[in-house]
Design a protein around this ligand. Structure first.
Ligand SMILES: Nc1ncnc2c1ncn2[C@@H]1O[C@H](COP(=O)(O)OP(=O)(O)OP(=O)(O)O)[C@@H](O)[C@H]1O
Length: 230
């Protein structure tokens, strides 16, 4: 279980508070206005930004003070964070070892993960030769290989067209089910939440609200969400 316990984030004039739990294996959408703090929340959980106070617990372990690499977390950003000079297989392989010293068993895992995300046969390609969707798939393969139980997605598919985005969301949902991962996904699109996240946290007015049922929340939005949805 992920627990944010009286968590407070303070950055210059910006403040954000959170106090709730997410059960293991759940997929939660993080929805809210621009500048509300959605990305900052993920950055704090991932360890890129320190919390001002409170605890971030993963199965009773406090993550505060652990470096990003030591946390049970992998992050997928919109730009996919692929290295242009590395092949698809090498980019994925970074999920296993950051120095890319991979043995034969690692190579097999890389091939398996690329096949799982639909990139079989593209192992030797460079990111620049891939479509946007294929780049997202390569980043997902790396995430699979990292094998971390907490997946943080920051608007990963915002640049993709609707059909491709739907495919990628379905792939994320399948991978989360297969691996039992807990997923927090920042999105601007309520339809993304509806598609794969049974629960949604609304971020607005300095507060990350505890997860609510997505369908119920969107059917009967509180004032802050109604303002955001327009
Ligand atoms: N390193 C930082 N130092 C100071 N303020 C910051 C820093 N990073 C983010 N902020 C501020 O924190 C607030 C929240 O930003 P954040 O990017 O988390 O919002 P968001 O909800 O993800 O927005 P968007 O939907 O537009 O991506 C903003 O006011 C931003 O300017």
């Amino acid at each position: 279980m992920l627990r944010l316990e009286t968590l407070e984030i303070v950055l210059d004039g910006f403040r954000l508070a959170a106090d709730f739990s997410v059960p293991t294996g759940q997929t939660v959408a993080i929805l809210g206005p621009s500048g509300a703090g959605k990305s900052t929340l993920l950055d704090v959980i991932a360890g890129f930004v320190p919390a001002a106070s409170g605890r971030i617990l993963w199965n009773e372990t406090d993550l505060n003070g652990l470096s990003p690499g030591a946390r049970p977390v992998s992050v997928l950003f919109q730009d996919n964070n692929l290295f242009p000079h590395l092949t698809v297989a090498q980019n994925a392989g970074l999920g296993l070892r950051s120095d890319l010293r991979l043995g034969p068993e690692h190579h097999q895992s890389v091939m398996d993960s690329l096949a799982r995300v639909g990139l079989a046969g593209m192992e030797r390609r460079k990111p620049a030769t891939l479509s946007g969707g294929q780049r997202s798939r390569a980043a997902l393969a790396r995430m699979l290989l990292r094998g971390r139980p907490l997946m943080l997605l920051d608007e990963p598919f915002a640049a993709l067209g609707p059909a491709l985005k739907a495919d990628m969301l379905a792939l994320v949902a399948d991978l989360a089910t297969e691996t039992g991962a807990t997923v927090l996904m920042v999105t601007h699109d309520p339809e993304d939440a509806r598609a794969i996240a049974p629960l949604t946290c609304l971020v607005a007015e300095g507060l990350v609200q505890p997860p609510h049922g997505t369908i119920q929340l969107l059917r009967n939005p509180p004032p802050a969400l109604r303002r955001y949805l327009g």
